[in-house]
Design a protein around this ligand. Structure first.
Ligand code: AMP
Ligand code: MG
Length: 273
């Protein structure tokens, strides 16, 4: 998995979507089991301490596995502390505002985890590819996005952005598999095939945003996503690595809270005897 460095050019065409690092599937699944337990514990601490918001942004083409990733994460994340925010074609009210208006309403509060299924990045993707807004409008958005994310980071938010990178062949296989599976066919859309014709335009738009919007505090992760087990493994690992440094901070906060609560209970008991 590539963690994009600030300002580094990205060329998705040269990144193998089937790359699985040096790890075998068997090893990755073993590791994944341990990682899910650790993430689950850390997320519980994060929720209880109520200090840090966690924002996970998922972007990717149709069939790239955004929904599958969410299903995977929800297997071990605390449902009380986690919310999914999907972003579809904007409603008339949303369109009547600036592009970040609907996004800001969905950002996580302290202790909460929010997973964006698509995001503000659609406003420099589909909008750019299909000329929904003129270039002079969308071209200014990279900077607005960076400032917006910096605001969230300065407010204590951990931001993890994952681009699920699949190949064009893999997408075709997945679309056809959907057609042949009665349980999955509901997801079919003519739009998916139409968007495929703009594959290269999307690649260009992705290359551009990955480069422009990867500051140190909120870099993009390019996840080779042809193999679902590898996708789940690297995303879970990245979440673990982002949360682990906060463990002591959250435990300290919880210890202080516990002392306060115990003191209150003791005071109450003393007052009633
Ligand atoms: P899906 O994720 O398959 O449910 O599809 C959601 C659709 O909404 C995709 O085709 C997105 O490109 C589209 N969409 C999301 N955000 C925007 C936006 N800001 N402007 C236009 N289309 C959008
Ligand atoms: Mg779709």
């Amino acid at each position: 998995m590539l963690r994009v460095q600030p300002g580094d050019p990205v060329n998705l065409q040269n990144i193998n979507a089937s790359d699985c690092g040096n790890i075998s599937e068997v090893r990755a699944l073993e590791e994944l089991e341990k990682l899910t337990e650790r993430v689950s514990d850390l997320q519980e601490l994060m929720f209880a301490a109520g200090q840090t918001p966690l924002l996970i942004v998922l972007q990717g083409r149709d069939t790239s596995g955004k929904d599958g990733t969410i299903r995977h994460l929800l297997k071990f994340m605390n449902a009380q502390a986690t919310r999914i925010a999907p972003f579809k074609v904007p409603t008339p009210i949303e369109i009547g505002h600036d592009f970040l208006w609907r996004i800001h309403q969905q950002t996580p509060m302290k202790g909460e985890t929010v997973i964006f299924n698509r995001s503000h990045y659609e406003d420099v993707l589909v909008v750019r590819v299909h000329d929904i807004a003129p270039k002079e409008v969308w071209s200014k958005r990279y900077e607005h996005i960076n400032h917006f994310e910096q605001l969230l980071v300065d407010s204590g938010t951990i931001i993890l952005k994952f681009f699920l990178h699949i190949s064009k062949d893999e997408q075709e296989e997945r679309l056809i598999a959907r057609e042949n599976d009665p349980i999955k066919s509901w997801k079919l859309s003519v739009g998916d095939w139409k968007e495929r014709e703009f594959w290269d335009d999307y690649t260009k738009a992705y290359d551009h945003l990955l480069e422009k919007c990867s500051p140190e505090a909120a870099p993009w992760h390019v996840v080779p996503a042809n193999k679902k087990w590898y996708r789940n493994y690297v995303i879970t690992k990245a979440i673990y690595e982002a949360l682990a440094p906060f463990e002591e901070l959250w435990k300290t906060k919880l210890a202080i809270l516990s002392e306060q609560m115990k003191a209150e209970v003791a005071e109450y008991r003393n007052s009633t005897t």
